[in-house]
Design a protein around this ligand. Structure first.
Ligand SMILES: [Fe+2]
Ligand SMILES: [Fe+2]
Length: 445
């Protein structure tokens, strides 16, 4: 059985999908990002119901009434936030129900379960991935079970136990990807997750730089450590978007560059975690100096930062930056190839984000290319590297140099003067980006 979901905010859509997937037997959830693609697909494939926001990409749900094929559908349709004005055209078979904006997960799922109860059964025990439990990382307020058979579950953790990284590893070693909890508890857990996501989206006050930086780094490390076994799951997407949101809000609050460098420097540990987080914050900050202040640009840079090295399994591999580093290293030919191809492999991860502009995959694919064409994997040179990739490459160089400097000893002006003397970033798009950073940053450091 398939359910079609169409929500403006795809992170919130993920939470709804998690809820339906967890409580409905054999349910797959498909996400749509426009009424056009929704209208086209639901007429071709069998869906049990449609759940949608009242408006999507600036269009109102009533736009779908223009399509006679859509108006002939006889499956239930739930419109969130569409309390008024949704009377279907005369003669159509549409069965539309409105759900209030801000509906709780419990009401949302129970309404859908009730409407579909003729066709399938809802579960008394709902499935939750151990990854989602790790994301919550709090004291459990409910019992957790493992499934022995369709009607037999045994308790493995009690309410008030803690689900931490150790518990996560324990279940992972036993190859148990899912645990079970009773339906009301499941709804509370998912409601909680939705509440946290909405809070992040609504917050108008950014966190202080150091708190924001260490939260982002901690979340990144959770994603990175689970990536190898879990892949890029909806929970990872939620977490990655949450970290991007934090980075953007922090930079928008406009801390001085010197403050940002100083606070970042205080928290240097694991290479991939630290340099991905530092890259996210600093690339957004340097973008503001170039006058690139749009949220879309911050989103691209921050997402590229979080994902660019995610396909590399260790700090040792991620620290190799240039073709020379690779030639001189004692890695096996297989590991060298893994490093050489990681920009392409990491770029593939963003296929999980449906609305991401292709530019993000270019930034990731090009992050080890160099202005002179001696980088990897494509040996692209300054003529093929865009301005936003140039900014990313320069920032990558800054954070990597900073990582290897003793604490509080990194001097951005000395770094820029050195690269200027060597004419490292003088050609193509690099020239303009580098000169602007050099000029503007001296006033702020
Ligand atoms: Fe890399
Ligand atoms: Fe990197």
């Amino acid at each position: 059985m398939k359910v079609a979901l169409a929500f403006q905010n795809d992170v919130i859509a993920d939470v709804y999908a998690l809820a339906l997937d967890g409580c409905l037997e054999n349910c797959t959830v498909d996400n749509f990002d426009s009424f056009d693609s929704l209208t086209e697909t639901v007429q071709k494939e069998p869906y049990a119901c449609i759940v949608t926001d009242v408006s999507l990409q600036g269009q109102n749900f009533v736009e779908t009434f223009k399509d006679p094929g859509f108006c002939a559908l006889s499956i239930p349709i739930f419109v969130v936030g569409g309390e008024e004005g949704l009377a279907p055209p005369a003669g159509s078979k549409l069965k539309i129900s409105a759900l209030p904006k801000g509906v709780t997960i419990r009401d949302f799922a129970e309404t859908i379960i009730e409407a579909l109860s003729k066709d399938f059964t809802a579960k008394d025990f709902c499935k939750i991935s151990v990854m989602t439990l790790l994301v919550k990382q709090k004291d459990l307020r409910f019992n957790l079970y493992v499934k022995l058979s369709d009607d037999k579950y045994i308790k493995v953790l009690n309410a008030r136990d803690t689900f931490d990284e150790e518990q996560y590893k324990r279940f992972q070693e036993k190859k148990m990807d899912f645990l079970y909890l009773r339906r009301p508890d499941f709804f509370s857990l998912i409601d909680n997750l939705l509440g946290e996501v909405q809070k992040l989206y609504a917050a108008d006050e950014a966190l202080p730089v150091d708190a924001s930086f260490s939260t982002t780094k901690a979340i990144f490390q959770t994603v990175h450590s689970a990536f190898e076994t879990e892949g890029f799951t909806p929970e990872m997407r939620l977490l990655t978007e949450a970290t991007i949101n934090l980075a953007i809000k922090t930079v928008q609050k406009n801390p001085r560059l010197s403050e940002l460098l100083q606070k970042m420097d205080a928290d240097k540990s694991s290479f991939v975690g630290w340099h991905s987080t530092a890259l996210s914050f600093l690339s957004c900050k340097l973008a503001t100096m170039l006058g690139w202040n749009s949220e879309a640009t911050f989103f691209k840079l921050s997402l590229a930062s979080m994902l660019h090295d995610l396909s590399l399994p260790s700090d040792q591999l991620a620290e190799l930056q240039t073709q020379e580093d690779l030639n001189e290293s004692s890695l096996s030919p297989e590991d060298k190839e893994l490093v050489r191809q990681h920009p392409r492999n990491s770029a593939k991860l963003i296929s999980g984000f449906e609305e991401i502009p292709g530019e993000v995959s270019f930034i990731i694919e090009q992050h080890h290319e160099r202005p002179e064409g001696n980088g990897f994997p494509a040996q692209a040179d300054h003529k093929e590297i865009s301005a936003i990739s140039a900014l990313f490459i320069i920032t990558h160089d800054i954070v990597n140099t900073m990582f290897h400097s003793p604490p509080q000893n990194f001097d951005l002006q000395a770094f820029l003067t050195d690269r200027e003397a060597k004419k490292t970033y003088s050609k193509g798009a690099f020239g303009q980006v580098f000169r602007t950073i050099m000029m503007k940053s001296s006033a702020e450091t």
